[in-house]
Design a protein around this ligand. Sequence first.
Ligand code: PA5
Length: 441
Amino acid sequence: MLKIDLTSAAGFLPDDWFSSREAGLAQARTMLRDHSGPGGDFTGWVRLPEEYDREEFARIQAAAEKIRSDSQVLVVVGIGGSYLGARAVIELMGSADHRLARNAPEIFFAGNGLSTDALCELIDYLKDKDFSVNVISKSGTTTEPAVAFRIFKALLEERYGREGARGRIYATTDARKGALKGLADSEGYETFVVPDAVGGRYSVLTAVGLLPIAAAGIDAAALMEGAREAMEALDVPGADNPAWQYAAARNALYGAGKAIELLVGYEPSFRFFAEWWKQLYGESEGKEGRGLFPASVEFTADLHSMGQYIQQGARILMETVVRFRTSRRELLVPHDPDNVDGLNFLSGKSLQFVAEQAMRGTLLAHVDGGVPNLVVEAEARDERTIGQLIYFFEYACGLSGYLLGVNPFDQPGVEAYKQNMFALLGKPGFEARRAELELRL
Ligand code: PA5
């Protein structure tokens, strides 16, 4: 199981950082277990790694197998919680540029923005490729994926005919309601369910994440197993629980004036895991004028850009480093008899060793500069560990939100832009708001 090392935060934490929060954590644990806290209707993810629908899981595996056999590309259409988890896992297991095992289809993500050029580039790329589409939307009414899906549905129907397209479209949505559910039922698409009790940002271990993940050739069962291990380990109350430690430490640092938490990764493939984490913590805690602002950096690259600010800018930062103990392969620095670059002191050393020293040096420098560091120690970059990481951050986020005194499972703030966009687009029912907005623009 993963661990959290608090050594590099100790000097910044008050003596009672844990003891003064222990009762709050125990209460948060009970609320998550019993679904009795604010937003309790959306805590279905807490037992998910054990209680997931096995029948649907088998259908996901079968659909993934079919996609792998008949498609060179899978286009995953979705945004926010219906997008980031799948991309986080697929990139973290593979690489930052989507390339995975050779026998797996390429996975592209669409409907996560409104860029004409990005969509056209993907459409061009698909011209000579067999492809399938997994459209994911819990509400079924989100504008970005709905517009993109319309485009890909038309493309598929043009290429394969309506019947052929039907066999290449997979819809992940609400079990009963919404426009996408209605469309999927009337067209006869295979559907998968976003459970009622699981909100978007907690949905990566449902069909929302699992179908694209399995289609990419990743072992979804091992991912769930890792999450289950974490679920069991993190249910044990007390000071040794890494989720309790993380939630208490970041809450104490927030109380001590740290306003921004930087999630730090040392793997380029970690980039979208950080994006997923940002949504998880940003939407869960950023409300009622409260919450650490979640941001991310990629080291060592960003040490050559953001490193200056981290070392000497406003002292409002804390860092949470996710460290994988092992790399998958070994690469040694070669010996050069001429040694013109003066690097022979590294000859024969592994790149992993160099990276380790960079990490240790950075940690000390940032602590000296006034930035507390928490280090999440994970094993290898594999499915099981990633399952543990997902559950760890989800569970700690639930605890953390309750410690902060907010409902970690709603997101009322994201409605404001949607209402304005609907009005400006001329959606029926938004006429009065449109008139009011147009006057202001
Ligand atoms: O966390 C959330 O609720 C959001 O990020 C949603 O996942 C996002 O807006 C997409 O919503 P939907 O799945 O309904 O299309």
